[in-house]
Each structure stands twice: as C-alpha cells, then as structure tokens.
Design a protein around this ligand. Sequence first.
Ligand code: GAL
Length: 427
Amino acid sequence: MRHYTGFRRACASLLASLLLAAGAGVRAGEVEVLHYWTSGGEAKSLAELKGMMAQRGHSWKDFAVVGGGGQNAMDVLKARVLAGNPPAAANIKGPAIQEWAALGALTNLDAMASFDRWDEALPKVVADQMKHKGRYVAVPVNVHRVNWLWANAEVLRQAGVNEAPRNFDEFFKAADKVRAAGLIALAHGGQDWQDFTTFESVVLGVGGAKFYDAALVKLDAQALGSDTLRRSLETFRRLRGYVDAASPGRDWNATTDLVIKGRAGFQFMGDWAKGEFLAAGQQPGKDFRCFPAPGTAEAFTYNVDSFAMFQLKAWEAQKAQGYLAYLLMGKDFQERFNLRKGSIPVRQNVAMDKFDECAKVSAQDFGKTAKAGTLVPSVAHGMALAPGQQALMRKLVSDFWNNPQMSVNDTQKQLLALAAGPQKPLP
Ligand code: GAL
C-alpha cells in the first residue's frame, strides 16, 4: 500500500509541477473567478491575489456579484453552470460545496493537494469540508471568526464604557450609555444575513457552544423548544431597540462605516469588518476595539471562505486554474490576503508576527476552542446546514427581527417545524 501511495504521490507531483511549470512564462491562461468581495477591505485583499496571478503571467477575469453574504452570487453562478459555461473558480463554501460536487461540476484537485500536502497543512475540520467523497474539489483561503463585537474606541470613552461587555446584561448597560451620549448604540444592517449573523452570536452568548451546536447545527427539538432558546430570542429582540431608523436594507460595510466614523458605538459582525477599519487607516486598540460577542469569549464561530474549481475545457485555462489553486494555499498569499481581509490564515504554521492583536487572539482561540470542543460552524455563513435549510432559518430569524407581532412562542414553534421538516440530506 505504501509503495502505491508513493507512486500516486509521484504522479501527482509530476502533474502538479507540470501545471506549475506551465505557468512559468509558457502561454498564459485566463482565470475567471466569481466572487462577492466588493467592499473596501475585501477589494484590497482580492487585489493581492489578482497581482500574484498577473506576476505569473495569468490574466484574471473578474466576475464580481455585489451583495454581502453571497446569496446573489450563488444565483448568478447557477445560471452560468446550467448554461454549461462555468467560471474557473467561485466563492463556494461549507455544505454548498457538496451540492455542486454532486452535480459533477467541480474538478478534482487531488494532484495539487497531494503535491502540496494539503492534508498536513489544514485543520481536519477544514480539509474535510473541501472534499467530496474523499477528493479535494475546493481550496480554502482563510478562517473568519463571526462572534465578534466591534466598537469605536472614542465613542466608548465619551460614553464612559471602560470594559468589554462580558454578557448581554453588561452589553445593554453599555449600549444605554452610548445612547445617552447621543449616538447610535448598535450599528446594524437590516438584511436577512446580517440579522442571522447577530442572532447566532446571541444564541452562542446566551446558551454557550454546546447549546448553539444542539439548537442551530443539530436542530435538536429539545434545544429549540427550550427556555434557553426563548431567552436568546428575547435578547435578540431587545437589541432591536438600539438600532437607528436607517438600518433596514443597509449594507454591512456602510454599517461598519458608522462605527468607523464615530456615529455608532457597536456592531455585531464577523471579522471581515476589521478589513474595513484597516482600509480606513484605523488601528485596533487605538481607534477601534474587537471584543468577543458578549458571553462568547471561550467559543469560536468559524466561517471558512473557499474557492470551488469547475471543470474547464481549454488546457491554458486548466493550467491557470491549477496555478490559482496552488497560489491560494501558499504561505505568501495566505499572509498577504488575510492581513487585509480581517481573517486569519487557514494554512497552519503561517507566521502571525505581521498580524494585529485581534488576529492573534483569533489564531490562539481557534486552536484553544478546537481542543475544548467550543469551535462551532457559523450557521449564518453557510458552514453548517444544507443551503435550503439555512435559507429557511435565515428568513425565519429575519422575520422575527422585523416583525414585532411575531411572538417568541410562534417563532420557536416555526423553528421546531423547520427542524422536523423534510431535510434534504447532503449528497
Ligand atoms: C461572508 C463571507 C466573507 C464576507 C462577508 C460579507 O459570508 O464569508 O468573506 O464576504 O460574507 O460579504
């Protein structure tokens, strides 16, 4: 068996090096990449990738679809693939990778994965998500932490808020102080995926990681019908009273801008928001603060961005695609991209000395929570449920946020019905 594995690795290595060598100056290929990274920080991080591909002579065809959270991008991608004209790569992540792979649309990346030893370089929870039936079909680029609370340092000083709120009681006291100072206490973008992002941090903070996993990942009826879920919904609804009237429909990065400019005190958002503070020239600890969402300091909600690679016909395009896969997992890209994206490298053993305090805490906590069993998948960002089920929960949570007539009782009943409903198992 060992001999066979060695032989297979040798073949993989030959093929991968051919793909790479072909990238060096031989007729370059073009990669068309579907993504939704259009905000300031996102665009800066993507520019690193475009530049590194260009350095190798490959051209980048940008297939950007505006819309935070990526729902719009997925709709456009479906049309392209059904038309038999897929891009080289697309921002597809979590269980959605399985659905695309089951269609037979994705290409096998095992040659590159074996050549660059991805199984050794990646945390197992991530490597497993990138595979379909044991074969790599997607490349991860980062680890975002979702359970963050961002704050404007000067606003907190003005309002007399000196400590990070350790639980939601302390958060509401701090929010009252910010409001009393005449500022927006909580900057929130009223879009369903942002409502869902905030809700999952509330569940994690009120009930803890094990409860979060039981209720939102396993859809356990006892957890969904519990008093803890009731308290989570009540806490979530109470947040509504701290947002400004312009919240409905506001994009996440325009919402982060309220905190950057000192018009608002807090925002619940994943650390792609940090990319916006950095792009505005602000520094953590000085201009803004990164706090664990209240009650979640011992937990980590992960959201791994990845590029699924589609089967292409032209050899030049395949070469460029193979080089893209190699580049994305490289230490150089992992550092340059994540420094700007607000996330941390997904490849292990990438030096963290250029990263700021928020990122260093994230990297430490990723390892700590993985060991403690408090590392949980972000349901709001497509890491846990099948896309159809995730969309139903996202709509239910957003309806609850927007409709004060929707009672906690009714919402819990609807969550239980969703959990009991036809669950299309992942392929
Ligand atoms: C997340 C994605 C992040 C960022 C965010 C806002 O789902 O993983 O990379 O793009 O949406 O659009």
